[in-house]
Design a protein around this ligand. Structure first.
Ligand code: FEO
Length: 171
């Protein structure tokens, strides 16, 4: 059984993960329209992963006999300035998610909810990996640049990173 406060915080996290899934889907669409096939595949995969994160929490709440809430759909931006701006935004968003997960961990700890505390450890690790992944792409962008001539090379780099991370389940 979950305390109301924890259940509410977990449902807020569901909404955050759901939004991330739609945000990355929007980025995938924009990248595909720009002819950045590899980068769009990267974002389809990220979108699917965020959906998986959302469902992990959703299933957990129900397993704990709570009420999992399907979140409101807020439309993410449809247009993006540049590849650099996209990855800056992704990094910022992932840091926000990390802070939110940390607060959830703190709350579970304060409320002596060891089961939720344990459940959240997977997310702590996942966030660390996601931030590292995005930072590695930002580092590449710093070297390659994001001018028109660089886009081909960026797309190739992101394709390689995507394949290393496990392909493109977005298809
Ligand atoms: Fe599930 Fe990338 O936050």
């Amino acid at each position: 059984m979950l305390e109301n406060k924890i259940e509410q915080a977990l449902n807020d996290q569901i909404a955050m993960e759901g939004y991330a899934s739609f945000l990355y889907l929007s980025m995938a669409s924009w990248c595909e329209q720009q002819g950045l096939e590899g980068t769009s595949q990267f974002f389809y995969r990220q979108s699917a992963e965020e959906h998986d994160h959302m469902m992990r929490i959703f299933r957990y709440i129900l397993e704990m006999d709570g009420k999992a809430v399907s979140p409101e759909v807020k439309q993410p931006p449809q247009k993006f300035e540049s590849i650099q701006k996209i990855f800056d935004d992704v990094y910022e968003h992932e840091q926000k998610v990390t802070r939110s997960i940390s607060k959830l961990v703190e709350l579970a700890d304060e409320m002596d909810d060891h089961t939720t505390y344990q459940f959240l450890q997977w997310f702590v690790l996942e966030q660390r990996e996601e931030e590292t992944l995005v930072r590695s792409i930002l580092d590449k962008l710093k070297i390659i640049g994001d001018g028109p001539q660089s886009l081909y090379f960026i797309d190739k780099e992101v394709t390689m990173i995507n394949e290393r991370e496990g392909g493109s389940p977005g298809e």
